[in-house]
Design a protein around this ligand. Structure first.
Ligand SMILES: Cc1ncc(COP(=O)(O)O)c(C=O)c1O
Length: 431
């Protein structure tokens, strides 16, 4: 065990027995693939604004922010109030509630392309439903997605290649229903849409850092070919702008999938868009049950959260703080002479270590390995993750998601802690 790992173990004695117990209970010892950690995961106890505390009482500045759902920070007082008062009034009334109407209305106000919508339980479900609606509406079967894009963990969303599909238990019929297109390549999309007459929709991940002209071109091409365009706004929704990626770039998709911020930190998702496509749910079309669709707690949290997004400029605040964080990390990388850079759109900060990136261009990505990029090894990132956790940052070192509650002081402290983490890794001779 090296010095970084030894410090981690020393700081997290109470997480260890929980991790040991969890190893016998859960596959991989965790309940979300990204929560795996060596030597063992940290168990959190509470959060407030931009901070979290683990079971040992260690305090962190949080940049995982509920996998991107907590743009209002942890335990926002208005959300706590809304959920607590509904809690006392019942958590499932087996009927519609006032909150679901307010929630749906807020989505339509914030996202002009949403004429009608349907609530579901998660982002994964929202994409499943969007694919289904596109199929029923068009009478066609195939969905085009971009290779490497993430659209939740349903079978169609995970289709990759025959070997991986077999590994993930995806039936051949489902694999055959998906076409993986090369990312950011309009000519390739044009070729696919021209050559085939069995395509129901193209799906684009809104938080993919793509040049805006590619996204606009995709809208044009799908329109020309008469194909539905689905935006996966699960991450970008209510973050890239109040209306998500589509609002930031002025694009009108036919359908959009939302989750995360949508539900104010509780579970929930929706698919919204053209009324004629959404109305494929109904008599003679798609039958859509779902015990916890628009459940009162999620509806109360979600309608309250979207009201705050609409009123308080939280998207702009989080983005402003992301710019401060990128500037700070870039200065550290320069002064430590580490090739790379902090980059990214809106309030998600990506950090490239080892491979340069044009930090003046918000839509630039690090150069690929084929073009000479030399990203640091995953083992180095794992060590850096432990080192910055030891410093009091709760984040993956290459991907940091901000909330509107991170203050200037929090950001400046983060930059110092990030630098201390890098120094610890450098002391081990790794970077
Ligand atoms: C772009 C994108 N789409 C879909 C999903 C799936 O959402 P959920 O985890 O709510 O099922 C995620 C989850 O992180 C996501 O990042």
């Amino acid at each position: 065990m090296n010095r970084i790992e030894a410090k981690f173990v020393e700081m997290h004695p109470q997480s260890k027995p929980l991790a040991d117990k969890a190893n016998g209970l859960f596959a991989q010892g965790v309940t979300h693939v990204s929560r795996q950690m060596f030597p063992y995961p940290v168990y959190m106890e509470r959060g407030s604004g931009p901070f979290k505390w683990d079971v040992d009482g260690n305090k962190y500045i949080d940049y995982k922010t509920g996998h991107g759902s907590m743009i209002l920070g942890q335990a926002h007082p208005a959300i706590v109030n809304a959920v607590q008062s509904q809690m006392a009034n019942g958590t499932h009334l087996s009927s519609g509630t006032r909150f679901e109407v307010e929630w749906g209305d807020a989505v339509c106000r914030l996202v002009p392309s949403v004429e009608k919508l349907r609530f579901v339980g998660s982002g994964t479900e929202a994409l499943m439903m969007a694919f289904k609606m596109a199929r029923v509406f068009s009478g066609k079967e195939k969905i085009v997605k971009f290779a490497g894009a993430f659209h939740g963990w349903s079978d169609p969303a995970y289709v990759t290649d025959p070997e991986t599909d077999r590994q993930y238990g995806i039936p051949t019929g489902t694999s055959d229903s998906i076409i993986n297109a090369p990312p950011h390549d309009l000519d390739a999309i044009d070729e696919i849409l021209t050559a085939r007459d069995d395509i129901a929709a193209v799906v684009f991940q809104g938080n993919d850092i793509a040049p805006p002209e590619f996204i606009r071109g995709l809208r044009e091409l799908t329109k020309i070919h008469g194909i539905l365009l689905i935006f996966d706004e699960v991450v970008s929704g209510f973050r890239w702008s109040n209306a998500g990626c589509q609002g930031r770039y002025g694009i009108t998709p036919d359908l959009s999938a939302f989750a995360k911020i949508l539900a104010g930190g509780l579970p929930g998702g929706c698919v919204g868009g053209r009324a004629d496509v959404i109305d494929t749910v109904g008599e003679g079309g798609i039958r859509h049950p779902g015990t916890f669709n628009a459940n009162p707690l999620s509806a109360a949290a979600g309608s309250t959260a979207l009201g705050i997004v609409e009123r308080d400029g939280v998207v702009e605040t989080a983005e402003k703080q992301a710019v401060r964080l990128k500037d700070g990390i870039n200065k550290v990388l320069q002064s430590m002479e580490i090739p790379g850079g902090a980059y990214g759109v809106s309030s998600i900060v990506m950090v490239s270590l080892g491979t340069p990136v044009d930090t003046d261009d918000p839509h630039a990505v690090p150069v690929g390995v084929e073009q000479g990029g030399r990203p640091v090894a995953n083992e180095v990132l794992d060590q850096l993750q432990l080192a910055i956790i030891n410093e009091g940052l709760w984040t993956h070192p290459a991907s940091m998601i901000l909330s509107a509650t991170h203050s200037d002081h929090d950001i400046d402290e983060t930059v110092n802690k990030y630098e201390a983490g890098l120094q610890a890794v450098r002391s081990s001779g790794l970077i």
